[in-house]
Design a protein around this ligand. Structure first.
Ligand code: TXA
Ligand code: MG
Length: 355
C-alpha cells in the first residue's frame, strides 16, 4: 500500500478539540479516513454512506474479508438514517438504546437503505452505536453523516486504547488521527443482535456486562448466545469473532495456577488479574526469565482491568521484543467471568488462540 501523510490532530483539551474537530470532519466529508477516540477503543472512521470511503477502511486495516462495520451516530435522532422503519418500531431497540446509550453497546438490527452493502458485508442488518465520548460525538455531528468505524488497528492485532497505539499501526495508511486521552472502558462494545422474529443474541461480550443487557431485555424474553455458524456462513466470519483476534505479537498462554503447563517456556512476561495472582505467577515462573510483569488491577476490579487490558498487553509485548522481533510468551491466568470480566476473559482467550 502506498504511504500517505497522516495528520495528527490534537484534541487533548477543549481548545484543541475546537480546532481538530472541524478539520477531521472536513476530511471525513471528503471520503478520507480519520481515527478518533471513543470510550471503548479508538475507531477508524469513514463516512458510512460513502462506499468508496468505507472500502478504504478495509484496505487500511488489511482486513482479508469484508466484515460488517459498526455505524456510529451522535444523537438518537439520527437512528432513522441507519435502521429500517421496522427496526425503529422494535421495542427491544428502544429498550436497549434507553438503557445504554450513550455507551459501549452496539445494536445489530435491520438496516436502512442508506447504509451501503459493504458496511453490512451484504447482510440485511447493521450494527449501530451511540458512543459516550464528547469528542467522538462532536466529530460525527460536524461530519454530518453516520460514521462507520471498526477498531483502529491492523487486522488481527491488538485494539488501540490510545492515539499512540493507532499511530504505531496505521501511520502512513490513514489520513488523520484525532488524539485525545486514552479510552476509559478499554474493551470494545457489547454487540447484541435484535432480528425480527428471533430472540435477542449476545454476539460479542464487551463494555456493558451481559447481566445488565439481560435485565433490560427481560420483558421481551431471554438473551441467547451467538447462533452456531452454519457451513454457508464460513465465508463471512464476523470480525472480532475469529478465534485469534486481539493478538499481540508474542504468544499468549493462559495457565491454571493449580496445574500449570510451563512446557517449552524460557522468556516470559507475566500478566495477572490481581496482585495476589501476580505473586503466585512469580513463584511459578521462578525457573524462567521474567522480562516484565503486571497486574490488571491491584485487587480484582474488572472495570479498572478492562481499561488497562490492551495497554498492558502492548507494554508486555514491547518488553518481550528483542531487536524488533517478538519472542516467547505472555503468561496469564483465566480472568473471572462475572460482569465485565467476561469481556476481559474473551479477549485473553482470543489473544491466546493459535495463529
Ligand atoms: O467499541 C467498539 O465497538 C469499537 C469502537 C470503535 O466503536 N468498534 C469495534 O468495531 O469494535 P469492530 O469492527 O472491530 O467490531 C465489529 C463487531 C464485530 O464483532 C461484528 O461481528 C459486529 O460488530 N457486527 C457489526 N455489524 C454486524 C452485523 N450486521 N451483523 C452481525 N455482527 C455485526
Ligand atoms: Mg476490532
Amino acid at each position: 500500500m502506498e504511504s500517505i501523510k497522516t495528520e495528527l490532530l490534537n484534541a487533548r483539551n477543549p481548545d484543541e478539540a475546537a480546532a481538530a474537530v472541524p478539520r477531521a470532519a472536513a476530511l471525513l466529508r471528503e471520503g478520507k479516513l480519520v481515527a478518533f477516540p471513543t470510550e471503548t477503543v479508538y475507531g477508524l472512521g469513514a463516512n458510512a454512506t460513502n462506499p468508496i470511503a468505507v472500502a478504504r477502511i478495509f484496505a487500511a486495516k488489511g482486513r482479508p474479508t469484508f466484515d460488517p462495520l459498526i455505524v456510529h451516530i451522535a444523537d438518537r435522532s439520527e437512528l432513522p438514517r441507519v435502521l429500517s422503519s421496522s427496526a425503529l418500531s422494535d421495542p427491544r431497540v428502544s429498550a436497549l438504546a434507553d438503557a445504554f446509550w450513550p455507551g459501549p453497546l452496539t445494536i445489530v438490527a435491520p438496516a436502512s437503505t442508506a447504509i451501503p452493502e459493504l458496511v453490512r458485508a451484504g447482510l440485511p442488518s447493521v450494527g449501530v452505536r451511540l458512543p459516550a465520548h464528547e469528542t467522538a460525538r462532536a466529530l460525527i455531528r460536524a461530519a454530518g453523516n453516520p460514521i462507520a468505524a471498526p477498531s483502529a488497528n491492523l487486522f488481527g492485532q491488538l485494539s488501540p486504547t490510545s492515539a499512540a497505539h493507532v499511530a504505531e499501526q496505521l501511520s502512513g495508511r490513514i489520513d488523520a488521527i484525532v488524539a485525545a486521552e486514552p479510552s476509559k472502558v478499554g474493551v470494545e462494545s457489547t454487540v447484541v443482535s435484535l432480528l425480527p422474529g428471533e430472540p435477542a443474541r449476545l454476539l460479542r461480550p464487551g463494555g456493558v456486562p451481559r447481566e445488565l443487557v439481560e435485565r433490560a431485555l427481560a420483558p421481551f424474553g431471554p438473551l441467547l448466545g451467538p447462533a452456531a455458524p452454519s457451513p454457508s456462513d464460513a465465508a463471512l466470519p464476523a470480525p472480532g469473532m475469529t478465534a485469534s483476534h486481539y493478538a499481540p505479537r508474542a504468544r499468549v498462554r493462559i495457565i491454571d495456577p493449580a496445574s500449570p503447563d510451563l512446557r517449552n517456556l524460557s522468556r516470559v512476561a507475566l500478566l495477572a488479574p490481581d496482585d495476589a495472582t501476580l505473586a503466585r505467577l512469580d513463584q511459578l515462573a521462578a525457573g524462567l526469565t521474567v522480562v516484565a510483569r503486571a497486574a490488571l488491577s491491584e485487587q480484582l476490579d474488572p472495570v479498572r482491568a478492562a481499561s488497562q487490558l490492551f495497554e498492558l498487553l502492548h507494554q508486555l509485548d514491547e518488553a518481550l521484543r528483542v531487536d524488533g522481533d517478538a519472542h516467547d510468551t505472555i503468561l496469564t491466568t483465566p480472568y473471572p467471568e462475572p460482569g465485565l470480566g467476561a469481556a476481559i476473559a474473551d479477549r485473553l482467550r482470543r489473544a491466546s488462540a493459535e495463529r
